[in-house]
Design a protein around this ligand. Structure first.
Ligand SMILES: *Cc1c(COP(=O)(O)O)cnc(C)c1O
Length: 400
């Protein structure tokens, strides 16, 4: 069993990933365990001083000290690397935000210039405007629809272009190959927040990206009970990320890694169901008189549909819609009336969630001018007929 076999198809790699014999069994015990056990450790004991000294430079797959991981941690990192064709390795962080921040810190220095997509997840912007600004890194926000015209925004000191597609809250689809093509030609690195799609629906490195980030908290975990983030990178960038992660002391719990590995094994079937259920609900919403527009790139009428259909192999279950002519009170009545959708942040779990979304105040390069209130849905694994009946209840409460 190997995790590095590129000939295997994605669903098979999800099943095989990280299950190396040396991490799942001990030859002296004569067998193997299906799942890499939870190896908890801070201290690692050495036989001799010579052994201790020799191990000082061990990094990824020799026990050294708990902070550098144990086989449970390495198994998750390996399985995530195997999902992303062209990747050299994966680093794990305690949350998605920690992964984004660590990646930006690793790749940027004082005086550098960063191009950040205007539809980025809000805490990513907060890091750019806060800590990166304090460290002398300048950020320019750019229109997610910029495409190859990103070339005009590149300065001599531009080191990194950050992408997120579809965008947070508003779901604009970026022309990733156009942007990464320009970036490669100009010697600028690219990093993408790929949480919405995961490499199953959008293999980012194959589209020219250097670093792919995921909040594993969402679809990989899939059960709303653990937080983690990952960076998966090319051979050129990965040593830099690893060195920064070590310097920052980034470490994750083997128990949480076991939860993430459990989620990962079923990711392919869950994503298919999230995507199908999401489309059923999105199409139903699109036909409702109470709805202004549905922000879902898999719908033929969506502005990002053509690029999405070219680059993505399917939809996940997260999208938005506006309430036509409604006000804040109506949106609140609608959401409060729902019984099958939990009101809560995060997404990608097996259960459906709803939140009000207000993008206008978190855009600077573009303007969000739609006056209709926006609602974001994370469609879970329920029967979509029950979700639709619930949304119908919401509309009734809204217009009552
Ligand atoms: C949730 C989220 C994050 C942050 O992940 P956490 O694990 O919650 O820190 C980053 N990017 C996107 C697009 C997200 O939705």
């Amino acid at each position: 069993m190997t995790t590095d076999d590129d000939s295997l198809r994605p669903a098979t790699r999800l099943v095989q990933g990280g299950r190396r014999p040396e991490w799942t069994g001990d030859p002296r015990l004569g067998g193997g365990i299906v799942n890499p056990p939870v190896w908890r450790a801070s201290t690692i004991l050495y036989d001799t001083v010579a052994d201790l000294k020799a191990r000082g430079h061990a990094t990824h797959d020799k026990l050294y000290y708990g902070r550098r991981g144990t086989p449970t941690v390495w198994a998750l990192a390996d399985a995530l690397t195997a999902m992303e064709p062209g990747a050299a390795g994966t680093l794990l962080y305690p949350s998605g935000v920690a992964a984004n921040s660590a990646g930006l810190l690793a790749l940027l220095s004082p005086g550098d210039h960063l191009l950040m997509v205007d539809s980025a997840y809000e805490p990513t912007r907060a890091f750019c405007d806060g800590m990166l600004a304090r460290l002398g890194v300048t950020t320019t926000y750019y229109d997610p629809l910029v495409g190859a015209a990103i070339a005009e925004l590149i300065r001599p000191e531009t080191r990194l272009i950050f992408l997120e597609s579809p965008g947070s809250l508003t779901f604009e689809v970026q022309d990733v190959p156009a942007i990464t093509g320009v970036a490669r030609a100009r010697g600028v690195l690219t990093m993408i927040d790929n949480t919405w799609a995961t490499p199953l629906l959008f293999p980012a490195l194959a589209h020219g990206v250097d670093v792919a980030m995921m909040s594993l908290t969402k679809y990989v975990g899939g059960h709303s009970d653990a937080m983690m983030g990952s960076l998966t990178a090319t051979r050129a960038v990965w040593p830099k990320l690893r060195s920064a992660a070590y310097q920052l002391g980034q470490a994750v719990s083997p128990d949480d890694c076991a939860l993430m590995l459990r989620g990962l094994r079923t990711l392919d079937v869950r994503m298919q169901r999230h995507g199908e259920n999401g489309l059923v609900v999105a199409n139903w919403l699109a036909a409702r008189g109470e709805v202004g527009r549905v922000l879902h790139p898999a719908l033929a009428g969506d502005g990002g549909h053509a690029i999405w259909a070219r680059d993505f192999s399917g939809p996940s279950g997260l999208f938005g819609f506006t309430l036509k002519g409604a006000d804040e009170g109506a949106r609140t009545r609608f959401i409060d009336a729902l019984t099958q959708f939990g009101i809560g942040f995060s997404w990608g779990g097996y259960e459906s969630l709803v939140v009000p979304a207000d993008p206008a105040g978190i855009r600077t390069a573009t303007r969000w001018t739609d006056p209709d209130p926006l609602v974001r849905l994370s469609i879970g694994l329920e029967d979509p007929a029950d979700l639709i009946a619930d949304l119908e209840r919401g509309f009734a409460a809204m217009t009552a």
